[in-house]
Design a binder for this molecule. Structure first.
Ligand code: SDX
Length: 382
């Protein structure tokens, strides 16, 4: 019998099992296939973490080399994708560009599949599709930012691994080791987080035996929202609104009086702080030193201490990652697409897991509409 208590937002509801990651609010920890995310962020290239999420184990040197070779083969921005982005208004939201790009890739990749029962694809096909999207997203995201700045696309460089090449594609300059390390850490920290809204969206779509691309497009739509992935963009808007540390108190007085949600703070699962924040804050600190921007650290720390002391609500990963991406030179509107480029690994790991042990996801609802009533002139068929 159904448990008849309604759990709004599915808060606290365990919908299924997963072996991909473990979020533990009691110990404030996050494991990717058993490894603490802090250890992965401090020791691994993002490519190795992608392999771990898909395959369940860290790659050997040969397996990592193979993944890197395949990733290099699929970095180029496909002409159909570039054309689709170019047809969008220049001021389209970058998340809409990314969503459109993935949709175009999916339509091309699944062309010719006339029987919807074949849309879901085999595990091997979907592993290939996952790696191809992982490889293609840096070119899509960086092209969007360069297009908005009136700059031509930059060609990938095979002598650069994933993180360095992503930065090269965006800025057309060879990035320094400090920036590459901070960026690589952010990609690992954003990669996976159990049944968050966008991942669960991907699993719901996958559970109908729809295709991987449809599931990713749906996940991108969910991630765009400011209560979820869009928060890292919203954090930067808040920093821009406040301006400097000495304006924090007044700004917060007004914001809280208006009952505004302060983006970058709070979490549905973590209630005493997000396990990923210390690692991302350390990456931010390295960028603050690298770019000599102590003002950013002052504003960050003042807002955090003020808000935590007033509301007892702690920062989440979006709080340190917003200013970090800003220091690196990313446009604020590009922040959530960066989240997509990372979370594609977690989403696709969950899509593969859902397919391997599927059940259609279809919860119940409690009806609270009008009682049954009838059309007066209706005459039932005899
Ligand atoms: C991500 O799920 C995941 O794992 C997501 C994520 C991932 O890796 O996939 O971790 C990434 O999405 C992180 C969250 C990014 N979102 C934001 O930073 C947006 C701001 N945060 C809030 O909207 C909120 O904290 C949520 C949505 C994240 C979580 O909210 P809950 O668990 O649904 O709790 P709630 O909104 O009911 O808040 C409880 C109370 C409320 O006060 P009352 O109405 O009871 O008086 O706390 C208040 C809220 O108003 N509150 C906030 C707040 N967060 C909670 N008040 C002001 N600012 C905030 N940020």
């Amino acid at each position: 019998m159904a448990d008849n208590e309604i759990k709004k937002g599915l808060a606290g509801v365990i919908a299924d099992e997963t072996a991909v990651s473990k979020v533990n609010p009691e110990t404030n920890s996050l494991l990717y296939r058993g490894y603490p995310v802090q250890e992965l962020a401090a020791t691994q290239p993002f490519e190795a973490v992608a392999y771990l999420l898909w395959h369940g184990e860290l790659p050997s040197a040969a397996e990592l080399a193979q993944l890197r070779a395949t990733e290099r083969e699929h970095r180029a921005l496909a002409p159909e994708v570039k054309d689709a982005i170019d047809r969008l208004p220049l001021d389209s939201h970058p998340m809409d560009e990314v969503r459109t790009a993935v949709s175009v890739i999916g339509a091309i990749e699944t062309a010719g599949i006339s029987n919807v029962l074949d849309a879901v694809g085999t595990p091997e096909e979907n592993l290939r599709r996952s790696l191809q999207l992982f490889a293609a997203l840096p070119a899509i995201v960086s092209y969007g930012q360069r297009r908005r700045r009136g700059l031509e696309a930059v060609e990938s460089r095979d002598d650069l691994d994933y993180a360095a090449n992503f930065l090269w594609l965006t800025f057309g300059e060879e990035p320094g080791a400090v920036v590459v390390d901070a960026f690589n850490r952010s990609m690992i920290l954003y990669a996976e987080h159990s049944f968050n809204a966008s991942t669960f969206t991907a699993r719901v779509i996958t559970s109908t035996l729809s295709d991987l691309y449809s599931a990713v497009v749906g996940a991108i739509g969910a991630l765009k929202g400011p209560l979820h992935g869009g928060a890292n963009e919203a954090v930067m808007h808040i920093f821009d609104e406040i301006g400097s540390a000495d304006q924090v108190e007044g700004w917060l007085d007004t914001a809280l009086a208006e009952k505004r949600k302060i983006m970058g703070f709070g979490h549905r699962v973590y209630k005493r702080g997000d396990s990923r924040v210390p690692t991302m804050k350390a990456a931010l600190d390295s960028l603050v030193a690298h770019y000599d921007r102590p003002d950013v650290a002052k504003l960050y720390e003042t807002l955090e201490s003020e808000f935590v002391s007033r509301k007892g609500i702690y920062p989440n990963l979006d709080y340190p990652s917003g200013p970090a991406y800003n220091l690196i030179g990313y446009d604020t509107l590009t922040f959530t697409p960066l989240f997509v480029a990372s979370r594609i690994t977690g989403w696709t790991a969950h899509i593969l897991e859902q397919q391997a042990s599927n059940a259609l996801i279809r919860p119940l609802s409690a009806y609270n509409g009008p009682d049954e009533r009838h059309i007066e002139e209706y005459e039932p068929d005899t």
